[in-house]
Design a protein around this ligand. Structure first.
Ligand SMILES: Nc1ncnc2c1ncn2[C@@H]1O[C@H](COP(=O)(O)OP(=O)(O)OP(=O)(O)O)[C@@H](O)[C@H]1O
Ligand SMILES: [Mg+2]
Length: 499
């Protein structure tokens, strides 16, 4: 059999190569990307496959082999062209026009069985015109950390991208922030979109308002069904070909204003999700902000060990710009910067008015999520606000672990707390801070029926996972991989994260 025939057989048998690919972004024209080749790696070892995502792609995990993953996402057979997306961005407050996919590309876009359009994007797949002097690679540790972050955030209810696969690729990489040489990998990210705030910023920088409007139309029609009126549901037929080919629907000013308003709300809610999860993203540059309001790019992130707004995750973040507590302010700033390119389509005063609601959305979402972590839902606003405030005071005063506090609450809560206040955290000495918290928590239980009381326990379990990805936990699983090539702790941790 010739080489070509051998590939043909693989292509037809490999379910990833015959997915319902829909080149929505490619059809917008080549102003937005550059076709690039994939790197050829000396080794391909599948280290992680995310079977939870396969049903969304219409695939049965039992029918997808490891070899299928390796061929599609390690050898990169089949689906071409691969598109390195063009973008700029504000990095640590400074505009950087020398960005773009420097170690990744858009592998393909797929219509999921839920009717939504998903990106399969790579990280570590080789050099592109945007690599500058860098190697286009992803360290294995970086890949492992991104897989873990995405799964943990998913478990905690954060609107996040996921990793579909991680393949070790057998090269030696040199990095300033890892003992080097260090091992290499290539990851596939499964996300709503890789269109970033910085994608729009670049189009403004090169003075192409026409391309801004065209991209905006695409974003609204694909990712903002409540604005476009397009239905996204389980039984959505594939998008009509004329819609794809003719460069999309046009929208009115009212649509554009509603889009920006919804983006503001989505981002505010996303930040609230990070904050409640105790997550510090660490690099909230505008090239790491998705236009769909989804969270992605997990580099030097950390989950906070204790509640400390000043906690900073990236060693290079000298002034704490992206500290845990600064995340709402920074996302507001990023949304404000985005108004500059969006002026090509949207009235500035309307955007300002929409952004004015950011903190209102943020605070409401944060309060709701924190109350869920405390076991409550639908409580009077003032009481809810007070309980969250007192909880944060307790967390600051006692220097108890952030996650440990909620886990202890989950473990210790039982319905008799309603009858007898002295049963609430009896081993902790009452202080000026704990006593009001105890009183309010006890007071709020008084109004609940037996059924509602049972739901407190359910909510505590659902919103407070036992396993949280604190740094020592990640370092321990990495140690096992680095020293003994033992992947068992990694797989076990993934299982525990999901519990
Ligand atoms: N090893 C590398 N080789 C080439 N380019 C790189 C490398 N590391 C980072 N870059 C580029 O530097 C910029 C900032 O990197 P950043 O870490 O935010 O993105 P990324 O993690 O590579 O990709 P993504 O944002 O999709 O997760 C991006 O343009 C990225 O492509
Ligand atoms: Mg990035």
């Amino acid at each position: 059999m010739t080489q070509t025939q051998a590939f043909k057989t693989i292509e037809t048998a490999n379910p990833f190569l015959t997915l319902n690919y829909e080149p929505a972004l490619e059809k917008l024209g080549d102003d937005y990307y550059d076709p690039v080749p994939a790197a050829e790696f000396p080794v391909h070892i599948l280290r992680f496959r995310n079977d939870d995502l396969l049903p969304t792609l219409g695939l049965d995990p039992k029918e997808v082999t490891d070899q299928d993953f390796i061929e599609a996402f390690g050898y990169f057979l089949g689906v071409r062209p691969f598109l390195a997306l063009r973008y700029h961005g504000y990095q640590f407050g400074e505009y950087n026009p020398n960005l773009g996919d420097g170690r990744g590309f858009l592998y393909g876009q797929v219509r999921g069985v839920d009717g939504e359009l998903y990106d399969l994007g790579t990280k570590g797949s080789g050099k592109t015109p945007y690599s500058r002097t860098a190697d286009g690679r992803l360290t294995l540790k970086g890949g492992v950390r991104e897989v873990l972050a995405a799964e943990a955030l998913q478990r905690m209810g954060v609107r996040t991208s996921r990793c579909l696969s991680l393949i070790e690729t057998g090269e030696q990489l040199w990095r300033g922030d890892e003992p080097s040489p260090t091992r290499s990998s290539v990851m596939i990210r499964f996300s709503k979109s890789h269109i970033r705030f910085g994608t729009f910023e670049r189009l403004h920088y090169i003075s192409r308002p026409d391309l801004i409007v065209k991209l905006l139309n695409h974003v609204i029609s694909q990712y903002y069904p409540a604005v476009s009126g397009r239905k996204i549901g389980k039984v959505l037929p594939p998008i009509a070909p004329d819609l794809i080919q003719n460069g999309l629907e046009e929208y009115s000013q009212e649509h554009y204003v509603r889009f920006y308003g919804e983006l503001v709300q989505r981002v505010a809610e996303l930040v609230a999700q990070w904050m409640a999860a105790g997550f510090c993203h660490a690099v909230l540059n505008t090239d790491n902000m998705s236009i769909t309001g989804e969270s992605f790019d997990y580099g030097p992130y950390a989950f906070i060990p204790t509640y400390n707004p000043k906690f900073t995750a990236a060693y290079f973040d000298y002034y704490g710009r992206y500290s845990y507590g600064n995340q709402p302010t920074i996302c507001y700033w990023n949304l404000q910067k985005l108004q500059v390119p969006l002026k090509a389509a949207i009235a500035p005063n309307e955007m300002e008015a929409a952004l004015d609601r950011f903190y209102e959305y943020y605070e409401a979402a944060y309060r709701e999520l924190m109350l869920k972590k405390l076991g409550f839902e639908n409580v009077p606003t003032e009481e809810g606000r007070e309980l969250v405030k007192l909880t944060l005071q307790v967390l600051s005063e006692y220097e108890v672990g952030y996650h440990e506090f909620f886990w202890q609450l989950t473990q210790q809560f039982y319905p008799q707390w309603r009858e007898d206040i002295s049963l609430i955290f009896p081993e902790v000495e009452a202080s000026e801070v704990l006593q009001p918290w105890r009183q309010l928590y006890h007071h709020m239980l008084q109004f609940l029926s037996g059924d509602e009381l049972a739901k407190i326990g359910e909510r505590l379990r659902r919103f407070n996972p036992q396993t949280v990805l604190l740094r020592p936990e990640i370092e321990a699983i990495w140690e096992a991989i680095a020293v003994e090539d033992n992947w068992q702790p990694f797989y076990e941790l993934l299982q525990r994260i999901k519990a």
